[in-house]
Design a protein around this ligand. Structure first.
Ligand code: SF4
Ligand SMILES: [Zn+2]
Length: 326
């Protein structure tokens, strides 16, 4: 039965999971012994240092237990925990297919569409095998919900014996919007988790949404800037700005009721430029799916290229002047 798409997003937190789940399209079929994607990307090093290769592996694993309103990562997840050894096997499979990668000069990014330290997603019995594969790299980056940090992170850090960076979704510091995103996260909780990382020698990467639902274009930019301020104040080494995307059913329902629209490329540029101007850490605009952002035919190619240059150089080139969109 298809959901009543006119039903408004519930005010009661207890009703939100169901509303979000009812609007989901099907998930993608996946092999639990293979990563669902992998690639080598390049990131500028810390403090303006030379670029490093980042071996990025998208691990196939059990779905995250949270039900964030804007999340579409569950599409590439499983309903069950992977069989023993599968996570290390996936990691080895991807690394064996990255010719030319020099681990000693590269970082390893293990993203699992959820929380690396959620034991039903990545069983702790996998940590030693994964840590052995990660050992030659300069450092490892994983992602985790702030509430899932704790002794398992320390266990994995100790097995690695190399720098560990944890990416956490702050999403937005707009208090009402953050609450409505159904992430079950408060700013205090985020700050506490950041402090935990710092106290235990792990670094912080932060995901920030540009124009989450219920905000105008101007508000979306303003709150992205405030979120960057907060993230760097929490000690972030890197902030990644994510244009809020559709594609999970729930966001399409919000778009239909006028509660969500993606940000413009100009807002994404302005947010990135602001983050870089702070000089507090690296700032990246997430360009995955950037083609879904409404485009001005006269300038969008130049704007995307400007974002790529900002990502690669951590400097803002002159702005794009457009006779059509300003
Ligand atoms: S915590 Fe992250 S992976 Fe989990 S539902 Fe929220 S956004 Fe998605
Ligand atoms: Zn234009």
């Amino acid at each position: 039965m298809s959901p009543p798409d006119h039903a408004p997003y519930p005010d009661a937190p207890a009703d939100r999971d169901r509303w979000i789940l009812e609007r989901r399209p099907p998930r993608n079929p996946l092999d639990p012994r293979r990563p669902y994607a992998f690639l080598v990307e390049s990131e500028p090093g810390p403090s303006g240092g030379p670029a490093v290769d980042v071996a990025t592996i998208f691990l196939t694993n059990r779905e995250c237990p949270w039900r964030c309103l804007m999340c579409d990562l569950w599409r590439d997840t499983l309903e069950e925990t992977v069989p023993p050894g599968a996570i290390a096997e996936q990691t080895r499979y991807a690394l064996d297919r990255m010719p030319g990668l020099v681990p000693e000069r590269s970082e390893l990014k293990l993203y699992n569409a959820g929380s690396f330290f959620d034991p039903r997603a990545i069983p702790p019995s996998e940590y030693p095998g994964v840590a052995r594969l990660a050992a030659p790299f300069r450092g490892t980056i994983v992602e985790c919900h702030p509430s899932a940090l704790g002794r398992r992170a320390l266990e994995f850090r100790d097995l690695l014996g190399k720098p560990l960076e944890v990416a956490m979704g702050l999403e937005t510091v707009h208090p009402e919007v953050l609450e409505r995103l159904n992430k079950r996260l408060t700013l205090d909780g985020f700050r506490r988790a950041s402090r935990f990382l710092a106290e235990h020698g792990m670094s912080l990467r932060v995901f920030i949404l540009v124009r989450p639902p219920w905000l105008t274009e101007a508000e979306g930019l303003e709150w992205a800037k405030r979120s960057l301020d907060f993230a760097f104040d929490c000690g972030a080494a890197v902030c990644s700005l994510i244009p809020t995307r559709g594609g999970n059913g729930a966001m399409e329902a919000l778009a239909a009721s006028g509660d969500y629209a993606p940000p413009s490329l100009a807002s994404l540029e302005a947010a990135t430029e602001y983050g870089l101007s702070l000089g507090a850490g690296r700032v990246f605009a997430d360009l995955w799916g950037v083609e879904a952002i409404p485009r001005c035919p006269s300038c969008s190619a130049a704007r995307v290229e400007r974002l790529r240059v900002m990502n690669a150089t951590q400097q803002a080139p002159p702005p794009v002047a457009c006779p059509d969109c300003g």
